[in-house]
Ligand binder design. Structure first.
Ligand SMILES: O=C(O)CCC(=O)C(=O)O
Ligand SMILES: [Fe+2]
Length: 320
């Protein structure tokens, strides 16, 4: 099987839909009217999971609407995140270096997302050793998680003998300052329950969680959205409600407002600006049965667009 590298997936966060303006509205030669100002056209909503890029020329716009990220886990059932539980610094540093060198070595190449596939418990045959090491270290770290149930840990990291046929995907995303990913629920028909996200790189980013369908009964939107600061070396787990009923995304910004903490005196409502650095995330998720067959009828790209999955549907087989 031949391998293909993912293509460029950068999009501007705001776009003007030139096709929506008819010639008559734009042309001063129109037979019917004086020349008119073109109607303002609202930006077209981005497909879920689209990798986005801020308008770097005007970061102040993003500053005005920037929410304050919290440093603690949000109360979303099925979401497990402890910001004080961090991967060892030397391992994180070496995995980051290997990701940059193996996948993102050409700065002008435009690649910002790579996918690899392996069989549960036998990832070492398919993933490069540094990703197998990361997976093993993540499993060890999550054993110390204060609230992650034992069964959930076993579901995320089964022994080779029990889940020999399950396929695991690793998706590696590179974010330069100003880049993000549009809110999405990972593709429902392609991926199973249990998503593990590792943050690597300089600083951190805020991840925004929002109910995929806001509750009608409360109306005030309270508790429907959370902006959560993901520090480098932290690990996030999404299961059940958090995986299926909430979107996650990262706003395309060059800096973020982050709640005071991390050794600094914490005041009520206190926050600091944090400049974004280069971030690499590694997300491990289960492929549903049949979803590892590429090019058949099992999964069409239409499914991908309607469900959203945070990827651009190009893949690279790790075994080749
Ligand atoms: O970068 C991240 O942490 C999230 C990536 C993601 O949500 C995805 O690829 O589906
Ligand atoms: Fe995602």
């Amino acid at each position: 099987m031949s391998s293909s590298l993912p293509h460029v997936t950068h999009f501007l966060a705001t776009t003007v839909d030139a096709e929506a303006l008819s010639d008559g509205e734009l042309s001063p030669d129109s037979l019917f009217d004086e020349p008119r100002e073109p109607h303002p056209v609202p930006p077209r909503p981005l497909p879920p999971g689209t990798r986005t890029m801020a308008e770097l020329a005007n970061p102040e716009n993003a500053d005005l609407t920037c929410p304050i990220s919290r440093r603690s886990a949000p109360p979303i059932p099925g979401l497990f995140f402890d910001p004080s539980l961090l991967l060892p610094a030397d391992l994180a540093e070496s995995v980051l270096r290997s990701c940059m060198g193996s996948f993102f070595a050409h700065p002008g190449g435009g690649v910002n997302q790579v996918m690899l596939f392996g069989r549960a418990g036998r990832e070492s045959g398919a993933f490069p050793p540094f990703l197998s090491d990361l997976l093993a270290a993540t499993s060890t770290l999550l054993m110390q998680h204060p609230t992650l149930p034992r069964e959930t840990h076993a579901m995320l990291f089964p022994p080779a003998s029990t889940h020999a046929s399950c396929a695991r995907q690793a998706i590696i995303n590179l974010y330069r300052p100003g880049e993000g990913i549009a809110p999405h629920v990972d593709l429902l028909r392609r991926f199973g329950d249990g998503i593990v996200g590792v943050s690597l790189g300089d600083g951190g980013v805020p991840m925004r969680f929002a109910r995929a369908e806001p509750r009608l009964e409360t109306g005030d939107g309270d508790g429907d959205e959370y902006e959560v600061w993901l520090p480098s070396r932290s690990v996030l787990v999404l299961t059940r409600e958090a995986r299926y009923e909430w979107t996650h995304g990262i706003a395309p910004r060059v800096r973020d407002k982050v709640e005071d903490g991390d050794g600094m005196e914490k005041e009520e409502g206190g926050w600091q600006w944090q400049e974004r650095g280069v971030r690499v995330s590694v997300t491990f998720r289960w492929l549903l049965p049949g979803a590892d067959i590429v090019g058949g009828d099992a999964i069409s790209d239409d499914d991908a667009i309607s469900d959203g999955d945070g990827e651009d549907h190009h893949q690279m087989d790790a075994g080749e």
